[in-house]
Design a protein around this ligand. Structure first.
Ligand code: ADP
Length: 195
């Protein structure tokens, strides 16, 4: 069932919740916040820059260590750090694909980012996780397509019984992105909007 409030919510029959909101992901408390990182884990603009600015230097220090030992993070995967000053316990740095034409494995790599972050949350027994719209900024993934992929993965995960995650929130930075995600959620769930 879909509910509207200051955002939009899908409640699953097992009590788990998927939420879409507009806002700044660094300001919304969650057990884990997902970053749209790059494979060098080098920091950057967009949501990556916002997370490092708000979270402080400890996040980059932890990434330096991961870079030293692992060299970086492959596209489609993610690494975990603490969250510094962010209102969270962890940041999962997920590396989305750079969009070319959709025929170079981008859909599967993007789906894999979401699956990996969800799995990392479950492994740590977390109850809540927030995602930005991975790959749809500097990496150029068309928002409507990315939204369907993201929401399909998250819905498939939340539909399953068991697990620790109770709340998954997408924090969309613009009203336009929010509207694309809202439309995609309706398509993915096959339910009609209740205004
Ligand atoms: P990518 O390189 O994966 O495309 P970007 O950071 O360029 O990552 O963009 C991903 C999305 O994050 C874009 O929709 C962008 O508008 C959004 N974004 C930027 N800053 C924030 C923020 N503080 N909170 C949530 N989303 C943000």
């Amino acid at each position: 069932m879909l509910f509207y409030y200051n955002g939009m919510e899908k409640q699953f029959s097992n009590g788990k919740v998927l939420r879409l909101v507009t806002g700044d992901i660094t300001k919304i408390p969650a057990d884990a916040i997902v970053n749209a990182a790059n494979s060098a884990l080098a920091g950057g603009g967009g949501v990556d820059g916002a997370i490092h600015r708000a979270g402080g230097p400890s996040i980059m220090q932890e990434l330096d260590e991961i870079r030293r030992t692992a060299g970086g993070c492959p596209t489609g995967s993610a690494v975990a750090t603490g969250a510094g000053r962010l209102p969270a316990r962890y940041v999962f740095h997920a590396v989305g694909p750079v969009y070319r034409d959709g025929k170079h494995g981008e859909p599967e790599l993007l789906a894999s980012c979401y699956r990996t972050a969800l799995r990392m949350a479950e492994q740590r027994g977390l109850e809540s996780i927030s995602f930005p719209s991975i790959s749809t900024g500097a990496y150029g993934y068309p928002v409507a397509e990315a939204a369907r992929i993201a929401l399909r993965e998250v819905c498939a995960h939340l539909e399953k019984p068991g697990g620790s995650l109770r709340l998954v929130t997408f924090v969309l930075f613009s009203k336009a992105d929010y509207e694309q995600y809202a439309e995609a959620l309706e398509a993915v769930t096959g339910e009609d909007a209740i205004e």
